[in-house]
Design a protein around this ligand. Structure first.
Ligand code: SAH
Ligand code: F3S
Length: 482
């Protein structure tokens, strides 16, 4: 995976959850997207009722769970390598049980137990409520597998245990699964059909987080803009819904409005938006509330109409430009970020140039860029030859990354001299004397600590920048009591 700018936590163990009376020790770590990190918090909550506290020490764990990612081959290889490391520890502590969660569990199912002999348990993303039963199975010496996908499970009734938390920012999942069937993507197969979570439970979670001192939430879904609640179940059945259900249905812009209104001082972010589903009423709600951050993650994947079509992305390059223009007309300072895939099957040099020229038009604030990785079972995997040689994919990817770096620098420079509100999240990685936090546009800002503390909103004058980070100075009239 190639990425720049964000500080995505990869394979980080989730720490510190202690409940009185719990005696068993759970080591849980997550790979891949934010949704996996959020799911691990649900898993920890379910297991807390089964007598588990989390530990950060692999050697002392009774149960090791790894929440896995299948999005690219490399992500799967990383997990397999990690399993060999668990194996070394299991040799010293043979009672330790090992479970695989998430997308690889769903993709490989029982095969996992054959391929990786050290694994005791395989659990797909919709089966976490079955963990207590599966644990009984493995405690009694049998292997356990549950990879059943659901049409309505949203874990709305599970209150996540916040793990490895800075106490300031939290993830709140609002939809599960994806119905889009982009031809390169394994997610619809590993996470199943798209379903939305009850808005009331979402707002309650946001309120609860605020009451516990959190200052920012990110509403999470593979495709947040297609959020639709009318009483549960699949979105495609909405046409059969009753008149009352239709009249009281809640879409994403309404959900965003509900959350922003419920906690006017809580910062709200959301991810991910698929361009084909992002409607301007969402951008209007963003413009209406100062607590909704001015940033849209709007992956386009390619700038070529021909490739977009082969990817089954339901928009053209021109439609994407119109969407960008409309967003900027409503919120001129709105940051936009991308995901891009280099070397999709049949991609020509001309297609690649289209990607570069699309980037030139948008000048994204930041992005995540990848070489195409064929995924078994997907439409592209089944029907198309992975025909772009690795070195060409890599060269195109490098060109995309270099251009993004240039644009990121162009964007960070545009913040110079401005005063921006930053929410302090942690100590800067590079200096103990500096705080790090993000501005509304989702750019990292570092500045001298002074008397401020984690969780403060601070007005920072931006004096300097790199392509990834803004460097500034807190102004003394900053409002900490938000
Ligand atoms: N739901 C999001 C993306 C989920 S996957 C959306 O609407 O786009 C995150 C990113 O991984 C994708 O945006 C894509 O850029 C990348 N990705 C997915 N499948 C891939 C594959 N087979 N090869 C390379 N990159 C891939
Ligand atoms: Fe994947 Fe496309 Fe959904 S990238 S997660 S199928 S929107």
């Amino acid at each position: 995976m190639e990425k720049i700018i964000d500080e995505k936590k990869q394979g980080e163990s989730l720490l510190l959850q202690k409940k009185e009376g719990n005696t068993r020790k759970l080591f849980i770590e997550s790979y891949g997207c934010q949704m996996n990190f959020s799911d691990s918090e649900i898993v920890a909550s379910i297991l807390s009722k089964e007598g588990f506290n989390t530990t950060s020490k692999l050697e002392e764990a009774d149960l090791v769970l790894v929440n896995t990612c299948s999005i690219r081959d490399k992500a799967e290889q990383t997990v397999r390598k990690r399993l060999t490391e668990y194996n070394a520890v299991k040799k010293i502590n043979p009672k330790m049980k090992i479970g695989v969660l998430g997308c690889m569990a769903e993709r490989l199912k029982e095969k996992f137990l054959e391929e990786e002999k050290i694994v005791d348990m395989v659990v797909g993303p919709d089966a976490y409520k079955d963990l207590p039963n599966l644990l009984t199975e493995i405690d009694e010496g049998r292997n356990a597998v549950n990879v059943v996908l659901s049409k309505d499970e949203t874990y709305a009734d599970v209150s996540p245990v916040r793990l490895n938390s800075n106490g300031v920012t939290a993830l709140v999942s609002i939809t599960r699964g994806c119905d889009n069937m982009c031809t390169f993507c394994v997610v619809p197969f590993t996470r199943g059909r798209e379903r939305s979570r009850d808005p009331q439970s979402i707002v309650e979670e946001v309120n609860d987080l605020w009451n516990k001192g959190y200052k920012e939430v990110t509403l999470l879904g593979q495709n947040v803009d297609s959020y639709l609640w009318y009483g549960g179940g699949l979105k495609k059945d909405f046409s059969k819904a009753s008149d009352i259900q239709k009249a009281t249905a809640v879409n994403f812009s309404q959900l965003l409005d509900l959350c922003a209104k419920a906690q006017p001082k809580m910062r709200i972010r959301f991810s991910t938006s698929n361009p084909q589903d992002l409607t301007l009423d969402v951008v209007e709600v963003m413009a209406k509330y100062s607590n909704i951050c001015n940033h849209i993650h709007l992956p386009v994947q390619s700038g070529s109409d021909r490739i977009l079509k082969l990817m089954n992305r339901q928009h053209t390059r021109e439609e994407y430009f119109t969407l960008i223009d409309n967003i900027k007309a409503l919120i001129p300072e709105c940051a936009i970020s991308q995901d891009m895939i280099a070397g999709f099957p049949t991609e020509t040099e001309e297609d690649h140039q289209d990607t570069l020229s699309l980037m030139e038009y948008v000048k994204y604030d930041f992005g995540y860029m990848f070489a195409y990785s064929e995924r078994p079972g997907t439409m592209a995997g089944r029907k198309m030859d992975d025909d772009i040689p690795a070195e060409i994919k890599q060269r195109r990817l490098s060109e995309i990354i270099a251009l993004q770096r240039k644009h990121s620098f162009y964007r960070t420079q545009s913040h110079l001299g401005k005063i921006e509100e930053v929410l302090i999240e942690k100590t800067s990685k590079k200096s103990d004397a500096h705080w790090a936090g993000r501005n509304s546009a989702n750019t990292m800002v570092v500045f001298p600590k002074k008397h401020y503390k984690i969780g403060d909103f601070v007005n920072v004058k931006i004096n300097d920048c790199t392509s990834a980070t803004l460097i500034g100075e807190a102004l003394d009239y900053s409002n900490n009591n938000k």
